[in-house]
Design a protein around this ligand. Structure first.
Ligand code: GDP
Ligand code: MN
Length: 399
């Protein structure tokens, strides 16, 4: 879950990091009122879930209240990479001597935390990484060892932050690491961390991605949810109580159990297709749940075929079969459906489905056959899949 800049800064402030005083504003009038309390000059900043706001005109310096009003009017409603600005963060302007970069993120490959620190901040770190990789000082932190003051000191020395007080930088890095760990973040990025003209360090931007699985120990996550942008499909699925993750492909997947759902997604790509989603309907495969699942996939224009993969345990085959038929009666399904039905009472289920079979509803003897059939019905092997490395034009044609 991604935070807005001001939410990230509030998190940072609770760990004692140096943040400029600021306030939220939803209208130019509120922005002016905020600036009046804070004192000009201020910076008016678009609060959207994307970076590059500065370049897009979403960050403006205002010397007086009139300018605040003008800036707020310009920024509100601005479209920044598809994100329309609805809220502003107004904060005391900082006199900048130098801009640095610092981040912590989870590095799944090495099973460690990766820290990156650079004296070249304020610009895209990808550019720095591409043009002068030596300008970024990286450290790996083993979570069981932790991150000590000496580690931070060596790191600051190797990055060389000209003009910064080393002890102060060490304090900032330690606090940032604490915010990252105790806040249960997957990513924390400060770009820029600035050196002010009077020689202090100040956190000027905040990009924070939280680990949603840590929600149970963070009541504050609920408030972040309200501003989080959601994939429309995911929103629809979650409101129906389905475990759903949107993907890029064209084969809709419905399975019972997260393990089977993941295996289904994998199998679709193994046979050269690509899944449009992960969808776990859980234990029950009754008409209610099946209709909800099919409706979600039906509303996804990229879905070309639907692969229903059910292994009955407690769920009985005939219930699944009846659920599918009832769901098809309720919902006008646009894509052909391929069913794999195995497990408890699967024979009974097959008997129910058999008379209803057509080119809109097909049964496959096993999971692999079902995946193949569904991928075929969806238009065949995808050009970008490992099993179908063809030309891009072919893929265009297939769609
Ligand atoms: P981003 O473009 O979305 O990354 O937004 P940032 O918050 O990083 O702001 C972009 C740039 O605006 C920074 O790199 C700074 O150069 C500038 N900026 C932001 N806040 C201030 C400020 O208080 N004073 C001054 N002078 N510049 C600022
Ligand atoms: Mn930034």
């Amino acid at each position: 879950m991604d935070l807005l800049e001001h939410q990230g800064k509030e998190l940072f402030a609770s760990f004692g990091l140096p943040i400029s005083p600021g306030a939220l504003a939803l209208t130019p009038t509120e922005a002016v009122a905020a600036a009046e309390r804070i004192g000009c000059p201020v910076v008016v900043k678009a609060q959207v879930h994307t970076g590059g706001r500065g370049k897009a005109g979403g960050i403006r310096l205002a010397e007086d209240l009139e300018a605040v009003s003008r800036c707020a009017e310009k920024i509100l409603g601005l479209d920044i990479k598809g994100h329309v600005v609805r809220r502003l963060w107004v904060e005391a302007a900082t006199d900048i001597a130098a801009e640095f970069y610092v981040s912590f993120m989870l590095d799944r490959g090495t099973r460690r935390h990766l820290g990156m620190l650079s004296a070249q901040g304020g610009v895209d770190i990808e550019d720095v990484s591409a043009n002068s990789p030596e300008a970024i000082s990286r450290i790996q932190i083993d979570p069981s060892d932790g991150f000590a003051a000496d580690d931070a000191r060596n790191w600051v020395t190797s990055a060389g932050l000209p003009g910064a007080d080393v002890s102060e930088a060490v304090e900032v890095l330690l606090a940032l690491y604490r915010a990252y760990r105790e806040g249960d973040a997957d990513l924390i990025e400060v770009n820029p961390l600035v050196l002010t003209t009077d020689g202090r360090l100040q956190v000027l931007d905040a990009k924070v991605t939280l680990d949603s699985s840590a929600r149970f120990r963070h009541p504050e996550y609920d408030a972040y949810d309200k501003t989080a942008p959601r994939d429309a499909r995911e929103q629809q699925a979650h409101s129906r109580g389905l475990q759903y993750v949107g993907l890029e492909g064209n084969v809709g997947v419905i399975a019972n159990g997260a393990g089977l759902a993941m295996a289904s997604v994998d199998m679709v790509s193994d046979v050269g297709g690509s899944a449009a989603n992960f969808l776990d309907i859980g234990g029950g495969a009754n008409a209610e749940v099946m209709s909800a699942a099919l409706e979600v996939l039906n509303d996804d224009p990229s879905v070309r075929a639907i692969f229903i993969n059910i292994f009955g345990g407690i769920t009985k085959g005939e219930e699944v079969a009846n659920g599918i038929i009832e769901a098809m009666r309720r919902v006008d399904i646009a894509s052909p459906i391929v069913v794999r039905l195995d497990g408890t009472n699967s024979a009974e289920g097959w008997n129910i489905l058999r008379p209803r079979l057509s080119d809109r509803l097909e049964l496959a003897p096993d999971m692999l056959a079902a995946a193949r059939l569904a991928v075929g019905r969806a238009g065949g092997v995808q050009a970008d899949s490992p099993a179908g490395a063809g030309s891009g034009a072919l893929e265009e044609g297939a769609r």
